[in-house]
Design a protein around this ligand. Sequence first.
Ligand SMILES: CC(C)(COP(=O)(O)OP(=O)(O)OC[C@H]1O[C@@H](n2cnc3c(N)ncnc32)[C@H](O)[C@@H]1OP(=O)(O)O)[C@@H](O)C(=O)NCCC(=O)NCCS
Length: 173
Amino acid sequence: MQAIKVRAEAGSDFNAIDVVNLSAFQGEAEAQLVGELRRSPGFIPDLSLVAELNGRIVGHVVLSRVALRAQGKSRDVLALGPMSVVPSQSHRGIGTELIDAAVARARPLCYEAIVVAGHPEYYQRFGFKPAANWGVSCNLELPDDALLAMELVDGGLAGGGVVEYPDIFRALF
Ligand SMILES: CC(C)(COP(=O)(O)OP(=O)(O)OC[C@H]1O[C@@H](n2cnc3c(N)ncnc32)[C@H](O)[C@@H]1OP(=O)(O)O)[C@@H](O)C(=O)NCCC(=O)NCCS
């Protein structure tokens, strides 16, 4: 397979990212969420990444800032998603490259943890574990095992808490 290039999105990529999301998911909710995330306070341009193959965008992942609240205090962590790879290029490691790149770029930004609401079997291979292991839950209606988390620094999730996804995520969950 040709080399995959993972880079931060540019304004000129927005339409192509829409196409990736529309092709990977059933319906428009994820594509709309990505657009809404770009206009939201939690958006971090350097953590909205595209995978390029032969100059064509074939995958996308976004990490955005969300609040983790515990015992009356709040701190920022990162929420991964939506994430998508075009069906014609799936099962070739592109999703893996996107997640590895996203985690690598998140570390120097000094966030303490990443959470993700999604397929447990898929994300556990990257080191995500059930968020419940740290006493972390969230404000979305998810199956118990569908919230996963990864500490970026030791103790990053100590004390647990509730991840407060912004309302724009409710269209998905
Ligand atoms: C999930 C997704 C991003 C994976 O991208 P990818 O480039 O195919 O991922 P990789 O090639 O790195 O890894 C593929 C492996 O992931 C696993 N996998 C893929 N989709 C999965 C799913 N829905 N549930 C669990 N595991 C899954 C499989 O074990 C697969 O292994 P295989 O190729 O041996 O069958 C892509 O399939 C996709 O866009 N799916 C539709 C949208 C979606 O579900 N996004 C994630 C929301 S949580």
